[in-house]
Design a protein around this ligand. Sequence first.
Ligand SMILES: [Zn+2]
Length: 552
Amino acid sequence: MEQHSDPREAHAASASTANRQHGVVSLIDYVWGAILLIPALTIFSSTHVRDLGAAYLLAATAVFFGLLRAILGLRVFLVLTYVPALFGVLAVGADLLRDVNLLEAALIRPDPHEAWPVIQPHAHWIALTAVLLAMPIWVLFRTPSARTGRGKWPSATLAAITFAAVTCGAVFHDTVLRAWPLNVISVAAASAIGRDDFISTALPYAPTNPRSASASWGASQLPGLHPQTETYILIIGESVRADRLGACGGQKQVGISHQDAIIYCDVTSGSSSTHTSVPLLISREMPGGAFRVSKDATFMKAFEEAGFHTYWIAVQERGIAWPDANTDMFVTIKRTDRESLLPSLRLAFAQNAPKKLIVVHTYGAHFSYCDRYEPATAAFQADCSKLSELPDDSTLPDFIRAYDNAVAESLRFVDAVISEAAQAGGSSFVMYTADHGENLLDDGRKLFQHALKDPTRWDTTVPAVMWASDEWRASNSARWERLRANHEAKAMHADLVPTLLGSAAIRYVDERRVAIDLGAMSPAADRTRWVMRRLGEKINGDQLRQAQPGRQ
Ligand SMILES: [Zn+2]
């Protein structure tokens, strides 16, 4: 066997071994870093157009792992991050290969006896991944420790960066808790201690109810004479933009047949997507908050505190807004809202409660339009066979005719609710608005539908309809006149709950000054109507109206 008799040769050999080791260690360092970042770039990136900005989340992840690596030696870093790395790889794999959201699956199926049959077919792959990820740790523990030390930054710099990062984390905890791996850690911790509100911060679309049972609106009905029976109804429409209504410049066949209803044509919705707009509409918050659904109670709690029995009747799922009504009914969707919802609404009317608040969440004019109305009785002839693909300039007229039919059917449902309320007798007040509007290739961007990357004037300008029974109007004539006088005002979704509560003579606690009761005052000409751009971000809804020249 050859010996290194020459000391220089021996030195060169040991230097080359050291270089090789250094290369292996650096490779492990970079590859491990990449493995840790992959979930942040894929499954835990901003998953929804209404979620927080993707760059914020990725930055939080990079700073978190970067700081850990700068502080710790590579061996300790790998051991500490082995579980996140394994979870991250498995979660990316589950998403790519099985279309499973591992984090949400863990939330839905926490019982190991139920989870095992689902995991078992993949157990050997999971074991193999665990072993492969353990390999670099095994290699490192066979490498001299001098090569696996912590980063080269001086301690004072590290301390300063750590302090800055922890401060930022504390201030922007809504963002940080949503960033990988802090989202998983916070969800695990929240599950362990039973705090659902942390879960819904980390996962805005997780199937967990964030509302606090103890939240109060401090509400009561003003002293004075109140009618024997009172019914207030809020109908939440779907995908109806204002300008298609005859009363707002659209076709005359699209409208409310009750001539005494008041129609508002310029109402900004809180956002352009159902999942953020509906929770905002029923809240006492303004667009721009970091939470999709608030911990606060909805306005239904205020009605409840004022002595009303509250109902939520919906064709759309519970998790959109986590309603806190006394009675909820989630019904199967049929072709029209009238078919789906009127039977349940009649049940609510028939119940023996003198004071009722009823919220109805419809499916309105949601795409695909042809499925939302009866073609035989529709006002406009649309060739639905052309509507299976995205519209282009040649098929757009058919899309618009079908959309107008769907909007007309949405308003026929409102008319039907008004008729039911009138027939039931007593003092009643009905309010309708749509959760958001719709894009129909309106400008050069050729945008279609809603919940796109950025809100537009078309998917955030919605109508509102108000109707009241003779008995209600007789005792609220000044208020009714004010509501009528305001019908051309620049209104917004945030005004509607205060208007409904004001109409029921309910006083309550609300920190907002910019949201007004349209039955008591008129909006200031210079107020800003904010619209949510994405969670934590808002934009001026009136600027959307100025910036984009319309079709009309
Ligand atoms: Zn919607």
